[in-house]
Design a protein around this ligand. Structure first.
Ligand SMILES: [Zn+2]
Length: 369
């Protein structure tokens, strides 16, 4: 039987893990689950590294907050000084089978789920954090969680003192779940018994821009989804398409007067395509613990790997977050299929020679004898 912790120990003897503001962080230690105990602290990087080498926990996380007395409890006694802003993204597993008859979601390790979360993380960073919130790339640290998704740590001074409720507002903005039609289009009375429908135009930014783009697309391509569009309106559109586009570009949405259905459709399409589903308590709870970047994930043996945006753009966990070199024998309880580092492994029950990182993953998942 493969000794997971011996390999984790070897990893920590070879890899120095550096923690930002280490003496002000609270740590949580996981032995047989993610956190068995917390309120632990380390004064120096050396003390932390010695702990990893000598105690070798399966999981280790640190507080998003910095505290004056990180070891104290209850929480209030720690005295919060500042807190990073954290976003946590996991993909929802897709059910069903692909055209070639393979289950889309892999229960051992799912490249599809990680890929979906990776694309969402890039959108979160590029569309929301950089463009809408005005953060700079240098303020952001993207980290593979080591399992199903990604964490984004924001450490700029601008966010350190944000209250929990301000963080919650940011999450609401990113998910788009509080958006309603009134956010985008308003009926305006211009003279008695005449009203126009005003909405975002070509200079709109953020969500308004997204709604605008969907509207233009719908008009240009007759794509109103399941919305009922009155016959008269469709005919009018055929004759006046370019004119309607120019009006919308200038914020005049009169064409959609009496077509509530179509507007609702645009709203839900905009939220589905542009919103990013982040795990909201991770962001607003400043007492939360988050996996220490660079350490190993006890459910997979992968590195919770910090990634530059260039690295994130080509990231593949089974190639870029592996912690171990060499091969090992994995004795499987039953047959399993997995794509690992570009190779499709068809594993049989009993002994299989596989990359050591895959053997550790299989052992962590409990599918070996
Ligand atoms: Zn999946």
């Amino acid at each position: 039987m493969l000794d997971i912790l011996r390999h984790f120990h070897n990893f920590y003897t070879r890899n120095a893990i550096s923690v930002d503001s280490i003496s002000q962080r609270e740590f949580g230690i996981g032995i047989d689950k993610k956190i068995n105990y917390r309120h632990k602290s380390f004064s120096t990087q050396k003390e932390f590294q010695n702990f990893l080498v000598n105690e070798t926990p399966r999981f280790i996380s640190h507080s998003v907050g910095r505290f004056e007395f990180p070891w104290c409890q209850p929480m209030e006694k720690k005295t919060l000084l500042s807190a990073d802003l954290i976003f946590d993204l996991d993909a929802k597993p897709e059910t069903g089978v692909s055209p070639n008859g393979v289950e889309i979601h892999n229960h051992i390790f799912c490249n599809n789920c990680v890929e979906k979360a990776r694309l969402d993380t890039i959108r979160l960073i590029e569309d929301f954090l950089i463009v809408d919130f005005g953060l700079s790339k240098a303020d952001l640290l993207a980290v593979f969680s080591g399992s199903k998704g990604f964490h984004v740590h924001v450490r700029s001074r601008a966010v350190q003192q944000l209250s929990s409720s301000a963080r919650r507002l940011m999450v609401d903005y990113i998910t788009g779940k509080e958006l309603s039609l009134e956010t985008f289009v308003r009926s305006r009375v211009v003279e008695p018994r005449v009203s126009t429908l005003a909405g975002p135009g070509k200079t709109a930014v953020g969500w308004q821009k997204q709604f605008f783009l969907r509207g233009i697309n719908a008009v240009q391509n007759n794509s109103f989804g399941s919305a009922k569009m009155p016959r008269k309106k469709r005919d009018y559109l055929e004759q006046n398409r370019q004119n309607i586009v120019s009006l919308i570009e200038n914020g005049n949405w009169d064409f959609f007067h009496g077509a509530e259905d179509a507007l609702q459709n645009l709203l839900s399409e905009t939220i589905t395509l542009h919103g990013v589903q982040v795990d909201s308590p991770v962001t607003f709870d400043v007492h939360r613990l988050i996996r220490v970047p660079g350490t190993l994930h006890g459910d997979t043996g992968f590195i919770a790997k910090p990634l530059s945006l260039a690295e994130l753009s080509i990231f593949n966990a089974t190639k870029h977050a592996v912690a171990f070199n060499g091969t090992a024998v994995a004795s499987l309880k039953e047959a399993a299929s997995i794509e690992f580092a570009g190779t499709a492994f068809e594993l049989k029950p009993g002994d299989n020679v596989v990359p050591l990182s895959l053997a550790v993953l299989l052992a962590c998942k409990g599918v070996v004898l």
